[in-house]
Design a protein around this ligand. Structure first.
Ligand SMILES: [Fe+2]
Length: 305
């Protein structure tokens, strides 16, 4: 399957109103003016990259994978069917809400609703960050990354990720056997999705947003501390994926990793599929009082999707 990158994501939240100030003022995202209940957040000239839907629980609602064009999307549907996944095709109203030409979805063995789309709406020279900001790294690599918690790494999930989605393994960081990071094959990022393996648990572990300027990481760090959003980990530089980042809890109770200085070509990077002995070169001191992400729940809990 020829996925270009991470196109968009959706969350449900009981705290959507808190995001209306947090997203622009702390993260620098643009709040898209809309009359509906869903809050659309922009990182670039796309219609949106993150959608927050009002809901009773803090949950990852869907991940939107972007295919290059109609031909690649048709091929994607054939691959899903051949692998035994029955894709549901989005109607016109849902495609309009996602702001894409066409979309289909399946629920993966990770219990995540994976959406596959092409033809995302955009409007050039319209992105206006929510605060003075030098922009987000998006472009042809998609935006950032999403890390999903799963109770175990099964053969079915391995097949779905590596054979059906055709993702390329990047590594496990310093947590061999506990984490797995992947990227679409044509993508230059180190990872667009990661899996955190926690027995008995499912859900959203964290979301990574990548910005162009290290100073924007520093400014976000200041605002997180000033406004009292709990830290999950201090500023630091990772070892295998040598970004500078910090982790804090969003108003929805899941961590956001705010990132700068990612490597430009992951395929040529010497640490690809390497085995680092530490999580970070410096920093990333974990907050011992950090709560469990509100988006992670017991795998036995049935969730309506
Ligand atoms: Fe991350």
């Amino acid at each position: 399957m020829d996925i270009v990158g991470l196109g968009y994501m959706g969350l449900t939240s009981a705290h959507v109103d808190d995001w209306r100030t947090y997203a622009p003022e702390v993260l620098g995202l643009q709040v898209r003016p809309t009359e509906g209940e869903t809050l659309f957040l922009r990182m670039d000239d796309r219609h949106h990259r993150i959608a927050l839907h009002p809901g009773a629980q803090e949950r990852l609602a869907y991940i939107g994978w972007e295919l290059l064009n109609r031909v690649a999307w048709d091929e994607c549907l054939r691959i899903l069917q051949a692998a035994g996944y029955t894709a549901e095709i989005a109607d016109e109203a849902l495609c309009a809400e996602r702001a894409v030409h066409a979309m289909a979805w399946v629920t993966g063995p990770d219990q995540v609703r994976h959406e596959f789309c092409y033809g995302a709406a955009f409007n050039t020279h319209t992105f206006l960050p929510g605060r003075p900001h030098n922009g987000f790294l998006t472009g042809d690599g998609g935006f950032g990354h999403i890390v999903v918690t799963v109770p175990e790494w099964t053969e079915e999930l391995d097949h779905f990720v590596e054979q059906v989605l055709s993702f390329k393994w990047f590594g496990s960081g310093a947590d061999i056997g506990k984490r797995r990071f992947y990227r679409p094959r044509r993508n230059h990022r180190t990872h667009s999705i990661g899996y955190s393996i926690v027995p008995g648990m499912l859900g959203l572990n964290h979301v990574g947003l990548e910005v162009n300027d290290l100073d924007d990481v520093g400014i976000a760090y200041d605002r997180v501390l000033e406004r009292g959003y709990p830290l999950m980990a201090t500023l630091g530089r990772h070892t295998q994926d040598p970004v500078i980042s910090f982790y804090h809890f969003s108003p929805s109770g899941f961590p956001i990793e705010y990132i700068n200085a990612g490597i430009e070509d992951s395929a040529a990077h010497p640490f690809v599929e390497g085995k680092p002995e530490s999580l970070s070169v410096w920093g990333h001191k974990f907050n011992p009082d950090a709560p469990t992400p509100a988006t992670v729940y017991p795998a036995t809990e049935s969730v309506g999707r």
